[in-house]
Design a protein around this ligand. Sequence first.
Ligand code: CA
Length: 234
Amino acid sequence: MSIMILVVEDNADLLDFFRLNLELAGYRVTTARHGLEAQRRLRAEEPDLLILDLGLPLMDGFAVLEWLRGFSDLPVIILTAWDGDEIVRAFNLGIDDYVAKPVSSRALLARVRMVAGTGALESGPLRGVCRSGDLLIDFEDQKVYFAGEPVRLSRTEFRLLKVFADHIGQTLEHQELVQLMWEHDYDDDTAMRQIDHQLLHLTIHRLCQSIEPDPGNPVYIIAEPGVGYRLQQH
Ligand code: CA
């Protein structure tokens, strides 16, 4: 069965554009025009992925997101104008990725592939498990353990840990990390680059809160000031 995507967007032309492009790429698509309809569809149809506009009538995208995260870990990509604060706010509510308007079909499909699980998680040299000290990462099951206890990570945090594990012991520069994490097409888009740097630092911070015994003195995710970060091999 192909992946089913719920697209929530109040602009009818845009909604048609998304539906057409996603269906051509082989996804099943269901749609909603406002937040309340989105809630109904999320309950009734159990999609595999949500593409959510933030500016919606009746109930905006943030409210939908907050409601959804109360009970579901469903992958979410938001549609947004270029607004770093808005993207960071949505990121803190647990979105997986964002696409800025005006949306190109290429960017949209790249994000969908990435978030739907056919992107970076599947690439890279590592399979099986990676171990460093008390930290154990199981790539087959996408689970992480610390001293034998399961650690709960968001998909984004797991993806970052996977990027680090693929290069264990090797310091990755900020720019490299951003590229490996999001695979966004920057060209010379400095606004997107800046936002992604911000998202990277938020994700590193959260990852450290989750896996470091003392987040104030990290022993796994090591910062090289002015250079980047690495996952330390113990
Ligand atoms: Ca809108």
